[in-house]
Ligand binder design. Structure first.
Ligand SMILES: Cc1cc2nc3c(=O)[nH]c(=O)nc-3n(C[C@H](O)[C@H](O)[C@H](O)COP(=O)(O)OP(=O)(O)OC[C@H]3O[C@@H](n4cnc5c(N)ncnc54)[C@H](O)[C@@H]3O)c2cc1C
Length: 396
């Protein structure tokens, strides 16, 4: 046996499994098809709960901006802001952030082969034979942390493809260089937009040198998203007085959490995006990648001490007990809020609702607490909304 664990993918999930397994004394190989540091399509907002999942502090120089509040912007561009004295997230450059995580996995003892592609896998008497562009390796366990289009999921027979209707989200985004005179943009606030399109959410995050602006929606709406994105960018640049002349639109898929899917077969397991662990409303995936990676390393270690046959079932149970309810409620929130003007206007007259988004980022709350709070306070929310609408109409 060459290794106890071979991990495919040098993103947050792969780096997390590799570090946590190596810290437990396992012999780990991390393979990544790109040369590290590698780029990753992302808005680059790492929530406080994701930062807390790291067992080391993130160096200050990897932080572009500290985020201390959330702003919700409705379809008429009215803004509702909640600022906190606390840091609820940080914007980062994913190239540097991910390569730091990989470095921490190496520091713990994991071996790294970058520029090395996973090709196939075969189960033989002496273990799993993992075929890579650098040759064959024999391992006890294989981890697919290889992102949304996981080859490990395919080759291990866990999932041949995603369902085109509900399994995937689609995002368009761009990076706009800062000119230093951006108006109405607080660099410490994460901005979330109501976009007139089903299941969608827009964002604007400050990265110091640039603004990351994007829209996410369900995959089925991907074709119509291009003209909508351009229209939205025009409106946004007028509203913010941004001098945007030309910008490059980038498109990318991400999985939608909220559906229970198989995440292992035999001794091959999936973590992070490969397993479908992404919050459908916010698009947050880094936290779930790090956490599922840690859970998997812990279960592999425990299985080696006890019964390896139990690893997959235990890992599945732990992830779904922790993530599934919130994923389902985030999916419901995406369905309720996407395109809808009224729920955003509820926020207008009940700005405390924005606090829940900050609480989700900090892990001091969640979608279940948000929806419970809304149902308990619903009569008040509705009457404030009705009074507010009446007042507005009377003023017209
Ligand atoms: C536009 C966009 C914006 C986002 N914004 C945010 C955000 O602001 N905050 C947040 O928390 N999440 C965000 N996400 C989600 C987040 O990026 C992902 O959930 C996160 O990167 C998942 O980490 P991962 O390690 O599972 O996968 P990845 O980061 O995708 O890493 C997978 C790695 O596997 C490698 N790989 C693939 N195939 C092979 C192979 N055959 N052999 C070897 N290596 C292979 C890839 O090169 C890649 O490096 C965003 C996603 C998108 C698309």
């Amino acid at each position: 046996m060459d290794y106890h664990v071979v991990v495919v993918g040098g993103g947050p999930a792969g780096a997390s499994v590799a570090r946590q397994a190596a810290l437990k004394g396992l012999k780990v190989l991390l393979i990544e098809k790109q040369k590290i540091p590698r780029s990753k399509a992302c808005a680059g907002l790492v929530s406080k709960k994701a930062l807390d999942e790291l067992d080391y502090p993130l160096p200050e120089d990897l932080t572009a901006r500290k985020i201390k509040g959330v702003k919700l912007i409705d379809s008429r561009l009215n803004e509702y802001t909640r600022k906190t004295p606390r840091v609820i997230g940080r914007t980062v450059n994913r190239k540097d952030f991910d390569s730091y995580l990989v470095e921490k996995a190496r520091e713990a003892g994991a071996e790294l082969w970058d520029d090395c592609r996973f090709i196939n896998l075969k189960e033989e008497k002496n273990g799993l034979v993992v075929e890579t562009s650098h040759g064959r390796i024999v391992s006890s366990f294989l981890v697919g942390a290889d992102g949304v289009y996981s080859q490990v999921a395919k080759k291990a027979g866990i999932r041949s493809k995603w369902n085109k209707w509900w399994d995937l989200g689609f995002t368009l985004y761009t990076d706009i260089p800062c000119q230093g005179d951006e108006e109405r943009i607080d660099p410490e606030i994460a901005e979330l937009y109501c976009v007139s399109y089903p299941f969608s959410l827009g964002w604007l995050f400050h990265h110091g040198s640039h603004l990351n602006i994007g829209i996410g929606t369900a995959k089925m709406g991907e074709k119509k998203l291009f003209p909508l994105f351009k229209e939205w960018m025009d409106r946004l640049s007028r509203h913010k007085n941004l001098k945007i002349t030309d910008y490059k639109i980038k498109g990318y898929y991400l999985p939608a959490g909220g559906i229970k899917r198989p995440v292992y077969k035999g001794k091959a397991y999936l973590a992070g995006d490969a397993a479908g662990f992404v919050d459908s409303f916010s698009g947050e995936g880094i936290y779930f990648a790090l956490k599922s990676g840690r859970y998997l390393a812990e279960e592999i270690y425990r299985g080696m001490e006890e019964n390896p046959e139990d690893i997959g079932a235990r890992y599945t149970r732990r992830c779904y007990e922790d993530f599934l309810k919130e994923f389902r409620l985030s999916l419901a929130t995406a369905v309720i809020l996407g395109k809808k003007k009224i729920p955003f206007q509820f926020v207008r007259y009940n700005p405390f609702l924005v606090d829940h988004i900050a609480n989700i980022m900090e892990n001091t709350g969640g979608y279940s607490l948000m929806l419970k709070d809304i149902s308990l306070k619903f009569p008040g929310i509705l009457s404030r909304y009705a009074r507010g609408v009446l007042r507005t109409n009377n003023n017209i």
